[in-house]
Write a protein that binds this ligand. Structure first.
Ligand code: NOJ
Length: 526
């Protein structure tokens, strides 16, 4: 295994004096997810592109994140906005050309930013040449690259339901007289990873991007890639099968064989942290896995305490490193879910204060809410448009985009709180995120220190993070009133706009990072 210290193309990541060489970089890094359609358009088609991301690299480096996860930009008919891949090794013309991807990876590294790309192994587009061939005849070369079953047009092979339509996860192919499986849209047929040729071809996809220099993969639907055989119908969904774990071990071995530390991050859409823990294997499956219960938790102390306890209980004993996420392209933004800018700001210090790797979703640093999308402008088949609204960079009407009216409407904050306005306002959400990311970067305690609960008043989460001499207490007031939290502290970062000093009191819906002051008479830590 190689480590962060051996990776030196960029200043920010390379010069961190606190990165312990024995730790892989992805344990200390903060990730930033980019949904490329919505980040920044440069060619005037109203859809973001790779060049748009490249132009914002200085902004991202300054923000202080350390790795980007870019949602799919591969060739696709866009039935699921890129999660229906028609060519894994080419860039869709909407987003640019392959050289744009190459340049983006190179320039990101020069800015000290690592790049993780999306890997969609569960299914392809129905327009992928593999599937076009597969459905051409029962004896075609790629037929058994997909999951075909049953020959009665009146009876799907089992009761599995599509995540998207609510109907059967099977579509009848009249021409060849069989059903094919699609856990998502009919335009997203499931690959059959039991077929060695599929394994080889999909491993080649990993190699293609690794050779281009990417630093890892976010793995779509990682928990269901290996299908349950025989196709058991005792539940509406397939269960994660032992074969899924074997597939993931294969991916891990491939990454481990590459020079430099490359990371795998599994999308595990199971609402049990114990179940999520299984996808770390015995440190021979995925390096990191998304754990979504906190994404669905209300901004309430008991709910969050339970989520955190579950992570400590399920992951610590097996030495698995947690992840934390509040917002992504599949769910309402946390600013919208919580319905309050104060709560959203406090949640940022919670997210970035926990032990594990945090994932931010582009626009979260601006405190964006979901756009209100009128019915005639809805694009996504399952209604996820609001959180995918374009990022407003400057004053309107185009907010820094070359068109005034991009593919989705602007979020409500666009007129007053676009990025340029926040840049000029020291009390803005953008400045809060920058301050927190800078403080986190300087603090070994926050990057990878221990976690310990502290006594706190009802409705308040308080925990200590520590690494050697570096100690930070994180306090989050999840109540609508002031609470006292006495102690000799120096204020590192406060979520309340404009708060510069610590007076032992947390305002309603607010959070603070506090450095314990040494006891009187003892020398202060440098
Ligand atoms: C999870 C992705 O995050 C989501 O956007 C997509 O629709 C499904 N997987 C299917 O690929």
């Amino acid at each position: 295994m190689t480590t962060a210290s051996e990776w030196t193309p960029g200043e920010a990541a390379a010069k961190d004096p606190h990165d312990r060489p024995e730790r892989p970089w992805w344990q200390g890094a903060v990730f930033y997810q980019i949904y490329p359609r919505s980040f920044l358009d440069t060619d005037g088609d109203g859809v973001g592109d790779l060049e748009g991301i490249r132009r914002r690299l200085p902004y991202l480096a300054r923000l202080g994140v350390e790795a980007l996860w870019i949602s799919p930009f591969y060739r696709s008919p866009m039935a699921d906005y890129g999660y229906d891949v028609a060519d894994h090794c080419d860039v869709d013309p909407l987003f640019g050309v392959l050289d744009d991807a190459r340049e983006l990876v190179r320039d990101a590294h020069e800015h000290g930013l690592r790049v993780v790309v999306d890997y969609v192994p569960n299914h392809t587009s129905d327009q992928h040449e593999w599937f076009i061939d597969a459905r051409s005849s029962r004896t075609s070369a790629h037929r058994d690259w997909y999951v075909w079953a049953g020959d009665d047009p009146a009876a799907p092979p089992n009761g599995w339901m599509s995540f998207f339509s609510g109907g059967p996860a099977w579509t009848w192919d009249a021409a060849t007289g069989q059903w094919y499986l699609h856990l998502f849209l009919p335009e997203q047929p499931d690959l059959d990873w039991r077929n060695r040729d599929v394994v080889d071809a999909m491993h080649d996809v990993l190699r293609f991007w690794l050779d281009m220099g990417v630093d890892g993969f976010r793995i779509d639907v990682a928990f269901l890639v290996g299908k349950d055989v025989p196709l058991r119908a005792d539940a509406p969904r397939p269960a994660p099968s032992p074969y899924t774990h074997e597939v993931l071990r294969g991916v891990r071995r491939l990454l481990d064989d590459y020079p430099r530390d490359r990371v795998s991050i599994g999308e595990i859409y199971i609402m049990s942290t114990r179940a999520v823990a299984e996808f770390y294997g015995r440190n021979d499956e995925l390096h990191l896995n998304f754990n979504f219960p906190p994404l669905y938790a209300a901004f309430e102390e008991p709910a969050w305490r339970a989520c955190i306890d579950n992570v400590v209980d399920a992951l610590d004993p097996i030495g698995a490193w947690p992840t934390w996420v509040l917002s992504n392209h599949d769910n309402p933004r946390h600013r919208t879910r919580y319905g309050s800018a104060d709560k959203a700001r406090a949640a940022a210090l919670l997210l970035l204060g926990l032990r594990g790797t945090p994932f931010l979703y582009a626009g979260e640093e601006l405190g964006l809410s979901d756009a209100v999308v009128p019915p005639e402008r809805r694009a996504d088949p399952v209604g996820r448009d609001g959180c995918r609204a374009p990022i407003p960079w400057e004053a309107g009407p185009g907010h820094g985009w070359p068109v005034d009216d991009p593919w989705l409407p602007w979020p409500p904050e666009a007129p007053a709180a676009h990025a340029a306005a926040q840049e000029a306002d020291p009390a803005s959400s953008l400045h809060l995120y920058r301050a927190a990311l800078a403080a986190r970067r300087r603090s070994p305690a926050l990057r990878h220190g221990d976690f310990r609960w502290l006594e706190a008043p009802p409705g308040v989460l308080a925990f200590a993070r520590g690494s050697g001499a570096d100690q930070v207490d994180v306090v989050v007031n999840m109540t609508g009133g002031e609470v006292r939290f006495p102690g000799a502290y120096e204020l590192l970062v406060a979520s309340a706009p404009g708060q510069a000093e610590w007076r032992g009191v947390l305002g309603a819906w607010s959070a603070a990072w506090l450095a314990p002051r040494p006891a009187r008479g003892r020398r202060r830590r440098p």
